[in-house]
Design a protein around this ligand. Structure first.
Ligand code: DAH
Length: 350
């Protein structure tokens, strides 16, 4: 084997041993670099005659090309190997099932609240929202339920920081405080008008929202929802309450085969007071009286706490349990299902 052949062989061997592109470039420098073996051989031709240069040059060139070919082949092999490792590391199993994007939906109780707002909205009622942390005044005292009133015992709740030691702030036990809050705002808004001898525009409002009590079983949850209603003017009577309620429940349940019963009751903030029962003529609940709301003519003391003269202004109020309505509408027998957050239950309402 002549000198050039063995040079090519040793280059090929060195390239084959190079495990990384950097090793390979170092190996290349030994042959093709500025002071590499091939370069040195070229330089060594300087003293040769023109004829000799031609033949010697041609032979060196053949060796140089062979080395370059070996270099390129090894470069390619290393690049292929690197790609192969990368592909293995980042392997994707395209046969795995995709990740589904779930569409959300409204909670059944929210659907009921929307429905209630739409129906009362069509009867000219505004919708008001208020705080869930209430003061003793708005939740009880302003509603004619002073400290030590026995009716307070039915509204055991969760007390929070704030207020006074005798009357701490609390999680509201009903939406009724919104009667006072909304009426006071309303009166403030129209005070100038009234001072000028004009009639106050009627208060006609509903206030849906979360309420709290220390209560927990299949039909009671410590957090539940109510919708308050208030209609106050100079000439609003129990008759209007009956009309509004009958219309509301028939629209809500999409049936005229439904009757209402007003059962005498007691609430400190209304006089007279009534509980409202409904009865379906057909369907799974036919013939049973179902309690759906409390109601009554707003008590004069409450009218006074709204900033109005009870000799002039009169009206009715009501409070309905909206979770109960949702259970009736969808035929759900356990209230707790609404608040467990089980997607299998909730997705049925979408
Ligand atoms: N707030 C009462 C409760 O939670 C319900 C109620 C009764 C509201 C009569 C009213 C009403 O506005 O007039 O038990």
């Amino acid at each position: 084997m002549n000198e050039l052949d063995s040079l090519v062989t040793s280059a090929q061997a060195l390239f084959a041993q190079s495990a990384t592109p950097a090793d390979l470039e170092n190996a290349k420098a030994q042959f093709l670099g500025k002071s590499g073996r091939i370069t040195e051989l070229m330089k060594g031709m300087a003293a040769l005659s023109v004829e000799e240069k031609k033949s010697r040059g041609a032979v060196i060139n053949v060796a140089k090309q062979a080395i370059e070919a070996a270099l390129n082949a090894r470069r390619q092999a290393l690049a292929d190997a690197e790609l192969e490792t990368q592909l293995k590391a980042e392997a994707l199993d395209v046969t795995l099932p995709g990740r589904m994007r779930m569409t959300g939906g409204l909670h059944p109780v929210s659907l009921t609240l929307e429905r209630i707002e739409a129906i009362f909205g069509s009867m000219g009622f505004d919708v008001a929202q208020g705080p869930e942390i209430e003061t003793d005044w708005f939740n009880f005292t302003a509603l004619n339920t002073p400290q030590d009133h026995p009716a307070r015992s039915m509204h055991d709740t969760f007390y929070v920081e704030g207020g006074s030691p005798e009357a701490p702030n609390l999680l509201r036990t009903h939406t009724s405080p919104m009667q006072i809050r909304h009426a006071v705002q309303h009166v403030k808004r129209y005070q100038a008008l009234m001072d000028a001898g004009q009639v106050m525009p009627e208060i006609r409002v509903i206030a849906p929202g979360r309420t709290y009590r220390v209560d927990s079983d299949a039909t009671h949850s410590p957090m539940f929802h109510q919708c308050e209603g208030l209609w106050v003017g100079e000439n609003v009577s129990f008759k209007d309450l009956k009309v509004v309620f009958t219309d509301f429940y028939r629209t809500f349940f999409e049936t005229d085969d439904l009757v209402l019963r007003f059962r005498p009751s007691f609430f400190p903030f209304t006089e007279p007071s009534a509980e409202v029962d409904i009865q379906f003529a057909s369907g799974p609940l036919a013939g049973r009286w179902l309690e759906v709301a409390g109601s009554g003519e707003v008590h004069p003391n409450v009218i006074r706490n709204m900033g109005l003269d009870p000799e002039r202004y009169i009206g009715f109020a009501f409070g309905m349990g909206t979770d109960r309505l949702t259970m009736l509408r969808y035929g759900v027998s356990d209230l707790r299902l609404f608040f467990d957050g089980d997607i299998r239950f909730l997705s049925q309402f979408q």
